[in-house]
Design a protein. Structure first.
Length: 333
């Protein structure tokens, strides 16, 4: 049996920046097209702690960097568990994980980051998952269950064969804290969101992760909910991320270094800065991870990310995807 030594390594900010090489200890087929990858430290050291809702960046062998939510219990320090749905016509990350990663391989993994945290003020938690979007919510189920909080998970999939983690959810299914909804691919059998939301009491916080259609439906149905009580985790860019036309582009200025660069249509701020020798830290480059968050001082950004709250948008911009409706956008860097 392997030994895991909690606290035997002092993870610092530098470690977090550098990422880690983690060993693939096991791979499990969880449902149709879904595999979990159990990642541990090669010397069985404890891993950096994470909170429910966190994700890590994984360097897919020979492919892109992809973000995957951690779906094991946050109290577990000896492993990270990620689940990957194979999408054959995707951007290459999931097929790379399914085809090129084996037990015993080492993967480059970042420290956990969290933009989908449980709200400390919530009296009740309603979790709505669609398909592989269940992964961050599964960690939430573990965390909420451990603290005996009031929660309910509604997990929507096409069929029972497409439903992962039923073994881990079994006890909660029996207790009525988790319910499954299968639509068999028929849109007319989609979850009755309005009926579900009509039963929610004041003080409930809602967390949703799933396909763009489900997220949009939840967004529409909760438009009247209190600000800050509905939380989304976007795990892939939707069509909404299509760059808007901005004429001839705009100018980006760096307040501290004094640089000034033209950002033409079709190129991102990051592209332009890098081309001019300005180092930029990024990960997803799709507006879903928050790594490129940058404060701005002047101008009117056209935000196109899935991360910033409307309050944060008044101060920060994600420069991998944002554009500008003003002629000049001044960044505080
Ligand atoms: S790099 Fe991920 S949001 Fe910009």
């Amino acid at each position: 049996m392997s030994m895991y030594v909690a606290g035997s390594i002092n993870w610092t900010a530098a470690h977090a920046e550098q990422g880690m090489q983690l060993l693939v200890r096991s791979i499990t087929q969880e449902a149709l097209g879904i595999r979990t990858f159990e990642l541990v430290h090669p010397h069985r050291n404890a891993l950096p702690a994470f909170e429910a809702g966190a994700h890590v960046d994984v360097q897919v062998p020979g492919g892109p960097v992809r973000q995957y939510s951690l779906c094991n219990a946050p109290a577990e320090r000896y492993r990270y568990l990620i689940a990957v749905l194979r999408v054959d016509r995707g951007r290459g990350g999931s097929t790379g994980m399914h085809q090129h990663v084996d037990v015993g391989d080492l993967l480059e993994v970042s420290a956990p980051r969290n933009q989908f945290e449980l709200a400390g003020v919530a009296q009740r938690h309603l979790l709505i998952a669609g398909g592989i979007g269940v992964t961050p919510l599964l960690a939430m189920v573990e965390a909420l269950s451990a603290r005996q909080a009031d929660f309910r998970l509604v997990y929507c999939t096409r069929s029972i064969d497409h439903t992962a983690f039923t073994d881990r959810l079994e006890e909660h299914l029996r207790a009525g804290r988790v319910s499954l909804h299968h639509d068999d691919g028929d849109p007319t059998r989609a979850l009755d969101l309005l009926a579900l939301l009509a039963r929610q009491e004041d003080g409930t916080h809602l967390y949703c992760c799933g396909p763009a259609g489900l997220m949009q439906a939840v967004k529409n149905a909760t438009a009247h909910w209190a600000v800050g009580s509905v939380h989304f985790e976007y795990f892939a860019p939707s069509s909404a991320s299509t760059a808007p036309a901005d004429g001839d582009g705009f100018e980006v200025r760096l307040a501290r270094s004094g640089g000034s660069y033209h950002v033409p249509p079709g190129r991102s701020i990051i592209d332009v800065l890098r081309a001019n020798g300005v180092a930029c830290e990024t990960s997803c480059e799709a507006g879903v991870c928050g790594t490129c968050r940058t404060p701005y001082l002047e101008g009117t950004p056209l935000h196109q990310d899935f991360v910033l709250t409307s309050q944060e948008q008044t101060k920060f911009v994600l420069i991998c995807c944002a554009r500008s409706s003003s002629a000049v956008l001044v960044l505080d860097r």
